[in-house]
Design a binder for this molecule. Structure first.
Ligand code: NAD
Length: 352
């Protein structure tokens, strides 16, 4: 089923934070999910009221505690800020609710550990949307196939902002910065394919841009190139994942190219197009001439995927394996190590 009206079983949700992202992306995504939007809460009551009017929602609140006391909810979606998510998530767990929260989950890794302690049997998924992109799921499938994987090394290019120079102060004072706000996107993408990271080395360019070397626990190595200064309005993001005798590229989140190679001898092979259909590239790309679902950004960027996965886990009483708090902890530790590195190799175990 693809539309809210078709689902027989739905979970009752409250939305906390009806700001820009929730209004632009989360509320429209609910149209495709097994949910009943029961209440909206925002410190800015007018904002909550106007969204509630638009979506025909009766419960409107300024305080989460009042929403939990008055409404019969199964779950909340938190879309507030990394500063507020840990406390809001713990409060929701206390109220017996399942929690989906936007990235970043926190400003410090230890705050994620605190959420893990409070979670008990509740379902909790962090919205690392890139992990849920159809193109990312395909890379994981390819690299899980013994014929092609495991992943050996990888490259990410992401048009992010500067990595703060004073990492210790940034961590101590929990200063908002783009390495946290947006850096978690490519970091989650790379960890989603490569697994947990053992060591991080961050080089900050003297002009702009940074290069972050990720050494994965399983021996894979990766480079994240933060292309500060690239035009945010034009595609710059891309990933290359190298397997065994093959590689996979994701361009602009959409176009996935799986290079399987051809029968080849250096200086001898005369034709790059080999016979048959078992060699060469497979390319997936959404068509953009039909007004359907699979080509819409809510679907291609993983926003639908992250929310549908959460709803399914709640409905099926299943423990999530993607976007977990444990995964969020791994992402946050890379964030912290990147801040502390200053061109030195930082082993994550050393900053426990
Ligand atoms: N995944 C993505 O692509 C993506 C894109 C943009 C933003 N985000 C994330 O979404 C979150 C929200 O970002 P935004 O741009 O919508 O911010 P925003 O400031 O527009 O919205 C946040 C809202 O939360 C409300 N709020 C703050 N404290 C609250 C509380 N204690 N209880 C209830 N409401 C409270 C604010 O009044 C505001 O309306 C952030 O974590 C951000 O990183 C994700």
């Amino acid at each position: 089923m693809s539309y809210q009206r078709d689902f027989e079983r739905r979970i009752r949700i409250g939305l906390v934070g009806a700001g820009k992202h929730a209004y632009r992306n989360l509320l429209p995504a609910l149209h495709y999910l097994p949910v009943t939007l029961t209440a909206i809460c925002d410190l800015d009551l007018e904002r909550a009221q106007s969204a509630a009017r638009e979506y025909g929602v009766k419960g409107v609140y300024q305080k989460t505690s009042e929403m939990y006391a008055n409404e019969e909810l199964d779950a909340v979606l938190l879309c507030v800020s990394p500063q507020a998510h840990p406390e809001l998530a713990c409060e929701a767990f206390e109220a017996g609710l399942h929690v989906w929260m936007e990235k970043p989950p926190a400003t410090r890794a230890y705050q994620v550990r605190a959420m893990i302690e409070k979670r008990r049997d509740r379902v909790c998924v962090v919205g690392f949307k890139k992990v849920f992109m159809p193109s990312a799921r395909k890379v994981v499938e390819i690299m899980s196939d013994p014929k092609y994987g495991p992943v050996q090394n990888m490259l990410g290019i992401y048009p992010g902002g500067p990595v703060p120079a004073d990492g210790e102060q940034t961590l101590r004072d929990q200063v908002p910065n783009d390495w946290l706000a947006n850096g978690v996107h490519p970091v989650s993408m790379m960890l989603g394919v490569g697994g947990p990271v053992a060591a991080v080395t961050m080089h900050r360019g003297r002009r702009s841009g940074s290069v972050c070397v990720l050494e994965f626990e399983n021996g894979c190595i990766g480079t994240l190139h933060i292309a500060t200064g690239a035009a945010a309005s034009q595609p710059a993001e891309r990933y290359l994942f190298v397997g065994r005798g093959c590689h996979v590229e994701i361009e602009n989140s959409l176009r996935l190219t799986f290079q399987r190679g051809i029968p080849y001898r250096y200086g001898v092979t005369t034709n790059y197009i080999s016979e048959g259909f078992d060699h060469g590239a497979i390319v997936w790309e959404p068509q953009n001439h039909l007004s359907t679902l699979e080509n819409k950004s809510l679907f291609t960027q993983g926003i639908y995927g992250e929310l549908k996965y959460f709803c399914d886990c709640v409905l099926e009483e299943r423990k999530p394996e993607l976007g977990t708090l444990e995964f969020a902890y791994d992402v946050m530790r890379v964030y912290e190590a990147g801040l502390l590195s200053d061109a030195q190799r930082v082993e994550l175990a050393a900053i426990e």
